[in-house]
Ligand binder design. Structure first.
Ligand code: ZN
Length: 161
């Protein structure tokens, strides 16, 4: 079965940046499962998987415009310490998730100076060309329930409690 719209695709992957640093990999929490064609992956990865089959191994270079976008220097913002809970220790290098209109984004603390905290709201991988090594573990039809929920159920997917 080929990867096409509304198939569930189960992947193992490894991501390496331009400096040959391992950025992310699937092994730690098992394969990734997603519904193809719904924009759940970055476009460069999703497009490269189209038409591929179970067992295929791919090596894909994804430029920023097909990945996490270019860096936006307006994404650097300075906020007051008082916007954070007193109990939270804020240090440069920390990352946390913030909610915005499009869901969630990853925010990185780039500096702390007195009462001023400088944040970078760019995705940590913005502006980078990423090299993906992908192995397709399984391709199957999504169930009507999975399509309704817009996520995969079971291993590598969503677990309802
Ligand atoms: Zn669900």
């Amino acid at each position: 079965m080929q990867v096409s719209e509304h198939k569930v695709v189960v992947l193992k992957y490894e991501v390496i940046d331009e400096q040959d640093q391992l950025v992310d990999r699937s092994e730690d929490d098992g394969p990734l499962a997603y519904i193809h064609g719904n924009g759940q992956l970055i476009p460069g990865l999703e497009n490269a998987l189209e038409g591929r089959e179970q067992g295929d191994k791919l090596s894909i270079d994804v430029p920023p415009d097909q990945g996490y976008g270019e860096r936006d220097e307006d994404g650097i913002q300075t906020v007051s310490r008082s916007q954070f809970d007193d109990s939270v220790q804020i240090e440069a290098g920390m990352q946390f998730e913030a909610q915005d209109d499009e869901g969630h984004q990853i925010v990185t603390v780039v500096g702390v100076e007195g009462d001023k905290i400088t944040l970078d709201t760019n995705h940590p991988l913005a502006g980078k060309t990423l090299h993906f090594k992908v192995e397709i573990i399984e391709v199957r039809d999504a169930t009507p329930e999975e399509l309704d929920h817009n996520h995969v159920h079971g291993p590598g997917g969503h677990h309802h409690h």
